[in-house]
Write a protein that binds this ligand. Structure first.
Ligand code: GH3
Ligand code: MG
Ligand code: MG
Ligand code: MG
Length: 295
């Protein structure tokens, strides 16, 4: 794990660095608040050990500046300081420090506390990642899609770029479940997720599970011809897996219907308009007999 040690007194830095290096951590150091902010931005440390009394920007101000920067706000900070009054400590904790250690400190205790906060940081990162994934298929989930869609929508609005989404629904999936059972249905969804995930080739393209047996693809910067081609590729790659269906009017195999919408976002359009348009096209693909794409 990467640690940033911030203290204006080189001897203090040396003592802390040696302890942390002994525990196998990577260490970078800063001797002022300003320098700490620069290094934190450049090296994204997992934890910061921060002195309070420093000339110029003190530790409290440094922590406030970290909290104000969305890229740095989540880095846990432990104050390591000679200030031992109750008010100093509560102030530091109120500002958002995860811990407060007073000098002179006991080495073993500092090492243990650092270890604890690094573990917590690691667990938080794992949870944050899990919260973005669909448990069945491993694809990004609806929450991840919504977030990415919002980002891409605003980017397209700003730059005048095209943005497309494709809504995908498995044909007669209720019949599939009734015929093969829900566990086979789950396997089928996993296979489809793999195929759709592999179909995303360009940077920024995303396939997600939208819910139930519905998937969605987010395609920034794509043009109509490329979009039609991609949808046909996805449709064919699913059908040619030859997953036996047995209860579909569309094909002996498992198939999907696709509906797409593409636009260059501009006011007063909103992101949900694109979803609604793709949904309407999906409905049309179903109406025309399924196993096809509409744009
Ligand atoms: P259509 O071609 O019109 O889309 O017909 P359909 O039967 O696929 O449509 P409908 O929405 O009636 O049924 C969707 C089915 O998908 C019903 C539900 O049991 C099944 N389903 C949704 N999520 C899951 C899942 O996670 N696992 C399994 N096995 N089935 C699911
Ligand atoms: Mg100091
Ligand atoms: Mg459905
Ligand atoms: Mg369906």
């Amino acid at each position: 794990m990467r640690l940033l040690i911030v203290d204006d007194i080189p001897d203090n830095i040396r003592v802390l660095s040696q302890m942390m290096l002994c525990d196998g951590h990577e260490v970078s150091v800063a001797t002022s608040g300003r320098q700490a902010l620069k290094i934190a931005a450049a090296s994204a440390p997992d934890l910061i050990l921060l002195d309070i009394m420093m000339p110029g920007m003190d530790g409290y101000q440094t922590l406030q500046a970290l909290r104000a920067d969305p890229d740095l706000a989540d880095i846990p900070v432990i104050f390591v300081t000679a200030l031992s009054e109750t008010e100093d400590e509560t102030h530091g904790l109120e500002l958002g420090a995860v811990d407060y250690i007073t000098k002179p400190f006991k080495e073993a205790v500092v090492r243990r506390r650092v270890q604890t906060h690094l573990e917590l940081k690691h667990q938080r990162a794992q949870l944050a990642q899990l919260a973005q994934l669909d448990g069945l298929t491993g694809l990004p989930n609806r929450r991840a899609f919504d977030r990415q869609f919002d980002l891409e929508w605003r980017r397209a609005l700003r730059l005048g770029n095209a943005l497309a989404i494709v809504m995908i629904d498995v044909d007669h999936f209720k019949g599939f479940n009734d015929t093969h059972g829900h566990l086979s249905g789950d396997d089928c969804l996993r296979r489809l997720a793999q195929i759709l995930g592999r179909g995303m080739r360009r940077a920024g393209e995303l396939a997600a599970r939208y819910g139930g047996e519905e998937f969605v693809c987010l395609l920034p910067g794509i043009e109509a011809a490329g979009l039609s081609q991609l949808m046909e590729q996805l449709r064919v790659s699913v059908e040619s897996e030859h997953l036996p269906h047995g209860a579909s009017s569309a094909s002996p195999w498992v198939t999907i219907s696709l509906g797409a919408a593409l636009c260059r976002p501009r006011p007063p359009m909103v992101a949900s308009d694109l979803i609604a348009a793709a949904d309407a096209q999906l409905y049309e693909a179903k109406r025309r007999g399924r196993n096809q794409a509409c744009l």
